[in-house]
Design a protein around this ligand. Structure first.
Ligand SMILES: [Zn+2]
Length: 129
């Protein structure tokens, strides 16, 4: 039963995971597997993460986590694993929901990143360490 649920979770998040793997291959990233998650880092990945709207140490797409380098992946693992669980919960709806929350918060004069409930959950898990 547990394995069936895990398979469904991987399938549910797979559109993002496949996109993440494609980006990792295109950007010539180095792949590693940690606890059922694919972690990808490399110079081009680092450049991309530094040039996003919010400069990020790491970014999760389904069961893929991009990191600026190996130590960034180690440092952010607990936080990014919460995002992996969120992709498993929300599947294809995760990114639209995340962006919708950010937009609503921004329009209300709040921080679309730090006040986003998905980030609040991830930062709480990080602090519970
Ligand atoms: Zn986050």
């Amino acid at each position: 039963m547990r394995i069936a649920v895990q398979i469904i979770a991987y399938l549910w998040a797979s559109p993002y995971t496949i996109t993440g793997i494609a980006i990792g291959l295109i950007l010539n990233g180095r792949f590693q597997r940690v606890d059922g998650v694919i972690e990808i880092h490399g110079p081009r990945i680092a450049w991309l993460l530094r040039h996003m709207i919010v400069c990020a140490q790491a970014l999760t797409l389904g069961h893929v986590v991009f990191g600026q380098n190996e130590s960034a992946l180690d440092f952010t693992r607990r936080h990014e694993r919460v995002h992996v669980r969120q992709y498993e919960r929300w599947g294809p709806m995760f990114v639209p929901l995340y962006l919708l929350f950010s937009a609503i918060l921004f329009l209300r004069g709040r921080d679309g990143y730090r006040d986003n409930p998905f980030e609040i959950e991830a930062y709480e898990a990080e602090e519970a360490e």
